[in-house]
Write a protein that binds this ligand. Sequence first.
Ligand code: AN0
Ligand code: CP
Length: 316
Amino acid sequence: MKNFTSFADSGDYKALLQQALEIKAKPYGYQHIGRNKTVGLIFFNPSLRTRLSSLKAAYNLGTQAWVLNAGADSWTLEMADGAVMNGGPQEHIKDAIAVMSQYCDVLGVRTFPTLKERDEDYGEVVFTKILQYATVPVISLESATLHPLQSFADLITVAETKPKARVKVVLTWAPHVRALPQCVPNSFCDWFSEIDWVDFVITHPEGYELDPKFTKGARIEYDQHKALLGADYVQAKNWSSYLNYGQVLQNDPAWMLTPEHMARTHNARFLHCLPVRRNVEVSDAVLDAPGSLIVQQAGNRVFAMQAVLHELLRGQ
Ligand code: AN0
Ligand code: CP
């Protein structure tokens, strides 16, 4: 593994999943890998879970760690190549990333999409620059199109709780009050369409189709109730339109997950990456039910990150 930005970077996902489960069973058992190493984390956007689980993972592995809130704690950064920097931004991303690489052995970066220019977001223009200027391995803490650590934690959660060998996993769109990125659902599709013991179904209103590059031919069922039939796991998430880029096309409250929706499933366990808008995306009754895995799922962010850090640092 050179960097961790997508499912493809996980290489042999079964081996990485096994490693994460072993690390979870013995979180402090690999500190020889992290000794005298430093994990750097740069956030261009807010975070609760990614920030704290990444720090916890680094500490578990015996590394040092630092966090920088780009723009807020540091100089504001210029992104454009060849810019004449006579405007607001004070430092070029090229210099900032090269310098930060001097201060760590692996760099985690969060950069959300603009949701304005689809070509720019889906070209991962900012993240590509970061990969170009970094001289250490880079981990995506959520880029413009993907959130691989989240999906890996989702996979760990399903793997450690699954009641039978083959399971049906449903990703359902849910309403929200804002226009959100497609990163979490793109990434969920990027991972779950590849898992050979998962029957994967995506459900959303028409117009919310995701980039086929990530759905990879997975079954799309526009009728949410039909999609939920017999599900063993339901992951809910809002996203804005990919086709009418960044738009909220409709926000039908009937798509909010309630116990009536869950009653159509095979006693499904409930997943959400968080943060969740309670009683907008999902009702309290679903989030607080015994079948809700949301806190365990967030807890597994530590072991997803720790397995990735272990993989990137073990050869150094
Ligand atoms: C972000 C998103 O949808 O990408 C982060 C989720 C992990 N969510 C919000 O902005 C609410
Ligand atoms: N799920 C997730 O990535 O949460 P944060 O945005 O709080 O890091």
